[in-house]
Ligand binder design. Structure first.
Ligand SMILES: [Fe+2]
Ligand SMILES: [Fe+2]
Length: 144
């Protein structure tokens, strides 16, 4: 199938908030495995991973949004707007998958909409949030 975008968490993406970092790591790992299972035609595994992603994206976004509210993060509205748009596109992709299974179009959209979005959002918006959190609360906060 050739090269594909790999989604791998690295310490450069750390927010300094261990719980959120752990969620990012988990999301990246599952999305990467979802893409693999789709590319290998493993529908059962892909279904499990797609369901995980659908549910955990919502939980993860809620955790970040709660933190932003608690700290009165100035950029909270714009950040949450990015979350909502992404969560909506996840639902569209999830229902396309459940109706048609893995199609080349779906794999392409997963790479370009999900993988690229996650990487860009975490790298820019979440890392900016992380800087604000550690500046406000100190480094290596324990927050849950
Ligand atoms: Fe995030
Ligand atoms: Fe975020």
């Amino acid at each position: 199938m050739g090269d594909r975008l790999a989604l791998q968490w690295s310490s450069a993406l750390s927010l300094g908030v261990p719980d959120l970092d752990a969620q990012h790591r988990e999301l990246f790992d599952r999305v990467d495995r979802l893409l693999d299972s789709m590319l290998h035609g493993d529908r059962g595994e892909a279904s499990t991973l797609a369901a995980f992603l659908r549910d955990h994206v919502v939980l993860h976004f809620a955790a970040e949004e709660q933190l932003m509210r608690e700290l009165h993060y100035p950029d909270a509205a714009r950040h949450a707007e990015e979350h909502h748009a992404f969560a909506a596109s996840i639902l569209v992709l999830d229902s396309a998958f459940r109706e048609q299974g893995t199609t080349p179009d779906l794999v392409l959209r997963l790479e370009h909409e999900v993988v690229a979005w996650l990487r860009d959002h975490v790298y820019v918006a979440d890392v900016a949030l992380g800087h604000f959190v550690t500046a406000t609360l100190g480094t290596e906060v324990s927050w849950a």
